[in-house]
Each structure stands twice: as structure tokens, then as C-alpha cells.
Design a protein around this ligand. Structure first.
Ligand code: NAD
Length: 498
């Protein structure tokens, strides 16, 4: 069985750790690889390599750095199929979905090819007699990224291309559940000609994460994952003097107004609720129809669609949704369906007991639809991260807005309506970071930035786009006067422009 290596200084390095984790193919339940869980000492070795690579990389003119990024993008484009297959093999998402995530990741690499423009500073001539001031954004040094299982290509690409294009060197700690994608992409990165040590991949679990969070030579940490770990990463990293952006979990609501086209709203909910088996931080997991009539029509329209979902392995081109990532996660999702029934929600479509012939060992859960879910139920309060959509009936628009604003998460949300007033007021009033108007999954494009509110993001910066550039750089402002302008004699008053 294949054992996965770390990539340090451009070379594959076998971890000597005694601890390992199995990597599974979720479509079949068979083990696909062994992942050594690296030690704190191995992380330190990677940091030293990244630290040694940093000065030359930071000194390289941004346009020269960008040339490597162009080459990397071309290699990613040329290898899309291979990367998407690696994603599907360990994550379980369909091939088309894996290609979609990769495409969104490549768009960030695209954005990074033009980063020199965003590193430009400002200049003010003559801020005082003979004095000029300029400011620019400079890299931080060695920075690190810790990523979740659900987007093994895209989420790391939210981080390292931006950090590296800004002049930092990077340590990536991918999810231990689907680590192979990072290996393929790191190899392409090396082929693109980046100097050794600029991007390093260290596999592992809490031991490596803790080593990252406390390492004195790591200046900033980007994290994407569940909220309890995001909060832990934020608190521990900042307590150790690091800049931290930690993106957490979600419970994304979609309001369906009475004037919405119900069939189109139902189609949108199918993709947003069940695509990738609901394992997306921007998945819609709560539908909020306004009024009983809208709710009845919506549930009638959704139920047959959920029953007809085509579920299968990624190798089946007809599949609309694949398995869940691990057996443990499948059991957790099944536990939530049991809890919803116990708590009194109406189980309209039951995905428990779904079996796929020939793939009996796979981690499949059928599409599940609950109606009459109420805010006190655990299936409403908690992130399920599976193919389970809850309908919360709301009497009116104001009630629905309050419902969303009262939720602890604030990642994404959407409203389906033909009413411009309602849409505009929704965008204004809703306490959520990313808002869709007739767009169910409003993931910002690469030249905007991605980030939730409330307990969906800890830290001051959203990720990628201009906010990403700010996160991975610090401002320096230089005030200069040349000898001709310097008057004789000491000045003891505070410097002013007079
Ligand atoms: P996770 O929190 O279990 O793991 C994320 C990372 O943290 C992994 O690299 C893992 O190794 C590490 N980790 C896990 N437990 C740890 C611990 N006790 N101490 C230190 N590190 C630890 O998340 P996941 O299950 O891989 O991913 C799914 C979660 O990620 C969902 O909650 C989802 O909403 C969230 N997510 C959020 C976004 C976003 O942009 N807000 C995007 C994608 C996923």
C-alpha cells in the first residue's frame, strides 16, 4: 500500500513518525494509502527550509515571481483530469464536481499572476518641506495553512498561491483524510520552476497543527475547517503572536419568498443542498419558505427530486452525488437524522439505509429532507455536513431574517425572489458574510474575497482576493528628506508639516 511522503525543500521526505492514519476510498470503503502523522521536529525541519528560502524569494521582483505562477497555472490547466481524479478517489465527490472545485482554485492562481499590481504602494510628494512619503506592502516570512477535507485542491489554493505571490514561503498541512491531491499539486508547483523550499507540505494531525501554532518562526496561519478547531487555532495562534485567519463551519439558509419561481428555487436547493453530498461550507442546509402556501409548494416540489437523486461513485458519470468522506462521518450524519426524527421534525425523505449494489462498503447516505424543523432542534442548530436539507417554515420575511441573524454561524445565505425591495433589504440587514440574490452558493470570485461573519470566521481578514494580499503582507511607510532639505539645528517639538 502506498505511503505518502512530506514535501520539504522540493523533495519527497518520508516521515519517521511512529503514528500513521489510514486514507480510504469512500466509494468502496477500502483503504487506499497510509499517511504518516508527522512530528513537531519534522515540522520544524520544514520551517527551517522555508525560512532559508525566504530572503531570496522575498527579494525577487514580483513580476519574476509571477512568471512562475503563470507556469504553475498552465500546468494545473493541463493536469485537471488527473487532479480531479485524485480528489474524487479520496473525497468521494463526483468527477464534474471535483473539476469544478479545481477550476475555482485555478482562478485564485490566475488572480495571483497579477498580484504585483496589488503590492504597489502609495506615494505622497512634499508631505513637509522637502519631505516625501511612500508606503508599500511587504511579505511576512514563513506562513502556514491548515486545510479541511472537503476541498482538497481549492481551499489550499485560497492560501499558498496568494501568500507565495506576495513574497512569503509556505508550509501546507492538508487534511489527513484526502492528502494525495496536495502531493500532485506540489509536484506541479515544483515543475513550474519555483525555488525549492517556497512551498512545503507536511502531513499530520493535532501534533503538527500545535507545532505550527506555537512555532516562533511562523508569522501567520490561515485555517479552514470546523468552528471548534477554528476557534482553537485562532486563540492559540494569536496567543503566540501570529496573525491568524480561521474560517469555520456554517449553517446556510435560503429564504424562498412567495413571489419566487418555486421550480427554479427547488432546482437551486437540490444543487446547493445535495451537491458534494452536502459537504460544502457554502451548502444550503436550511430552506426557509415564507408562508404556508410557499412551504407546501416547495416541499411538494423538492420531495420527488430528492427521491430521484442519482447517487454513486465518482467513476459513474451519471452520479449527481457521491459518498461521505469517512465511515465515522457517515455515522455522524445518520445520527443527526435519528435525532431529527426524535426531536419531532417531519422526515419527508429518509436517506438512512441507502445501499449501492457493488459498493456495499462505501459511505453512502441517501438524500434526506426534513420539514417543519424548528430552531430548538439539534438538526437546525448544528452543522450536519451531509445530504440533509431542513425546511423551517416561516410566517413572514421579518421572522426569517431574525432567524438567520440569530444563528451562531454567518457564512453564506441566499434569497430567492422577484422583489427588488426585499432583495435589497435582505442584502442590507442580513448578518452573514456572503449573500446570494437568486444565487444559491455565492462563493466570491477570486478577485473578491471569501469570508463569513460571526462564528464562521475568527480573525480580521477574509481569505484570498485583496483581503488575502493584506493578510499575507504588512504595510511599511517610509518618510524621506534628502540632505539639501535638512536645516541645521536640533528640533525637539513633535514633527509637523509646518
Ligand atoms: P476539521 O476542523 O476536522 O479539520 C480541519 C483541519 O484541522 C485539518 O487539517 C485537521 O487535521 C485539523 N484538525 C482537526 N482536529 C484538530 C485538533 N483537535 N487540533 C488541531 N487541528 C485539528 O474540519 P474538516 O472536517 O476537515 O472540514 C469540514 C469543516 O470545515 C466543516 O465544518 C466546514 O464547514 C468547514 N469548512 C469551512 C470553510 C469556510 O470557508 N468557512 C470551507 C471549507 C470547510
Amino acid at each position: 500500500m502506498q505511503t505518502l511522503d512530506n514535501i520539504i525543500g522540493g523533495k519527497a521526505v518520508r516521515s519517521a513518525s511512529a503514528r500513521t492514519a489510514p486514507v480510504f476510498n469512500p466509494a468502496t470503503g477500502e483503504q487506499a494509502a497510509v499517511l504518516p502523522l508527522s512530528t513537531a521536529a519534522e515540522l520544524d525541519a520544514a520551517v527551517q527550509v522555508a525560512k532559508a528560502a525566504w530572503p531570496a524569494w522575498a527579494e525577487m521582483p514580483p513580476l519574476r515571481r509571477a512568471k512562475f505562477m503563470f507556469a504553475f497555472k498552465a500546468l494545473l490547466d493541463a493536469n485537471q483530469k488527473k487532479i480531479a481524479e485524485a480528489i474524487s478517489a479520496e473525497h468521494g465527490k463526483t468527477h464534474a464536481d471535483a473539476l469544478g472545485e479545481l477550476q475555482r482554485g485555478i482562478e485564485v492562481v490566475d488572480f495571483c499572476c497579477g498580484i504585483p499590481h496589488l503590492l504597489k504602494g502609495e506615494f505622497s510628494r512634499h508631505v513637509g518641506p522637502g519631505i516625501d512619503t511612500h508606503s508599500d506592502r511587504q511579505p511576512l516570512g514563513v506562513v502556514a495553512g491548515i486545510t479541511p477535507f472537503n476541498f482538497p485542491a481549492m481551499v489550499p489554493m485560497w492560501m499558498y498561491p496568494v501568500a507565495i505571490a506576495c513574497g512569503n514561503t509556505f508550509i501546507l498541512k492538508p487534511s489527513e483524510r484526502d492528502p494525495s491531491t496536495s502531493m500532485i499539486v506540489a509536484e506541479l508547483f515544483r515543475e513550474a520552476g519555483f525555488p525549492d523550499g517556497v512551498l512545503n507540505v507536511v502531513h499530520g494531525d493535532k501534533e503538527v497543527v500545535d507545532a505550527i501554532l506555537t512555532h516562533p518562526d511562523i508569522k501567520a496561519v490561515s485555517f479552514v475547517g470546523s468552528t471548534p478547531i477554528a476557534e482553537y487555532v485562532y486563540r492559540t495562534g494569536t496567543a503566540h503572536g501570529k496573525r491568524v485567519q480561521a474560517l469555520g463551519g456554517a449553517k446556510n439558509h435560503m429564504i424562498i419568498m412567495p413571489d419566487a419561481d418555486i421550480e427554479k428555487a427547488a432546482d437551486a436547493l437540490m444543487g446547493a443542498g445535495y451537491g458534494s453530498a452536502g459537504e460544502r461550507c457554502m451548502a444550503i442546509s436550511v430552506a426557509v419558505p415564507i408562508g404556508e402556501e410557499t412551504a407546501n409548494k416547495l416541499v411538494e416540489s423538492l420531495a420527488p427530486r430528492v427521491r430521484a437523486l442519482k447517487i454513486g461513485p465518482a467513476t459513474d458519470p451519471e452520479a449527481e452525488m457521491g459518498p461521505l468522506v469517512t465511515k465515522q462521518h457517515m455515522e455522524k450524519v445518520l445520527g443527526y437524522i435519528d435525532a431529527g426524527v426524535k426531536e419531532g421534525a417531519d422526515l419527508v425523505v429518509d436517506g438512512r439505509g441507502f445501499k449501492l449494489q457493488g459498493y456495499e462498503g462505501g459511505y453512502y447516505v441517501g438524500g434526506t429532507l426534513f420539514d417543519r424543523v424548528t430552531p430548538d432542534m439539534s438538526i437546525y442548530k448544528e452543522e450536519i455536513f451531509g445530504p440533509v436539507l431542513s425546511v423551517v417554515r416561516s410566517p413572514n420575511y421579518a421572522h426569517a431574517v431574525k432567524l438567520i441573524n440569530d444563528h451562531e454561524y454567518g457564512n453564506g445565505t441566499a434569497i430567492f425572489t422577484r422583489d427588488g425591495d426585499a432583495a435589497r433589504s435582505f442584502a442590507d440587514q442580513i448578518e452573514v458574510g456572503m449573500v446570494g440574490i437568486n444565487v444559491p452558493i455565492p462563493v466570491p470570485v477570486a478577485y473578491h474575497s471569501f469570508g463569513g461573519w460571526k462564528r464562521s470566521l475568527f480573525g480580521d481578514h477574509a481569505i484570498y482576493g485583496p483581503e488575502g494580499v493584506h493578510f499575507y503582507t504588512r504595510l511599511k511607510t517610509v518618510t524621506a528628506r534628502w540632505p539639501d532639505g535638512i536645516k541645521s539645528g536640533a528640533v525637539f517639538t513633535f514633527p509637523s508639516t509646518h
